[in-house]
Design a binder for this molecule. Sequence first.
Ligand code: GTP
Ligand code: MG
Length: 239
Amino acid sequence: MKTVIFVPTYNEAPNLERLVGEIRRFSPSSEILIVDDESPDGTGEIADRLASRDASVHVIHRSPPRGRGLAGRDGYLAALDRGADVVLEMDADFSHDPELLPRFWEEIERGADMVLGSRFVREGSDVDRGIVRRTITILANTYIRWVLGVPVGDCNSGYRCFRRETLEAISPATLTSEGPSIVQEVLFRAHRQGAKMVEIPLTFVDRREGDSKLGFGLLLEGYFMILRLKLRALRGGKS
Ligand SMILES: Nc1nc2c(ncn2[C@@H]2O[C@H](COP(=O)(O)OP(=O)(O)OP(=O)(O)O)[C@@H](O)[C@H]2O)c(=O)[nH]1
Ligand SMILES: [Mg+2]
């Protein structure tokens, strides 16, 4: 089973080298694909250096416009191009613990089409974040689940993996989210394709190094995107 782990990065210089080391430790046979958007802090150069030392590390340098969604789309396509049987995506800021990687592979081997790291299943948690962020997350989650009807506890998880066929079925080239709403767009498409989803407990740790890219504007844009996805689906579009 060939596994490709892709990591979108924007200004993750303080995290990237240690992250790649930890991924290696917990999933030694995976390929790692870093998708960088010309980070001004030199993340791309660090990625190149890591790739030159390790043949299973690859880098994509995207040109503007940048965006978490655009990087996600390119990451999915490149991972499929590399012949992945399973594609996993995770953030670079250690909110997504690499120690969990073997659990993802286990669930795929047991028959899941898609595995999600979830804060909202038994033993998952989000305790590290402040009360305001936690409340926003819980409300957003309830809203997304209600509008899109996706039967999972954590609709905002960007720590997840897909069986190749599942990812192909959602046709990543046609994703429309430029920003972080790609997380829900992909989830919604996979749900509509009938993907068998399994959630595993994730203890979410807030970023320690580097700055957040998720401002209020992106948050708001995400909420509108959810409605747009739903409307498109109601009109019989591909969603
Ligand atoms: N390539 C690329 N990656 C991005 C972009 N924006 C964010 N990312 C990456 O996507 C992942 C998630 O972004 P975060 O900034 O951690 O978003 P968040 O987890 O919602 O917010 P914080 O953890 O509070 O910063 C990280 O690995 C980022 O480096 C972008 O425009 N391009
Ligand atoms: Mg983060």
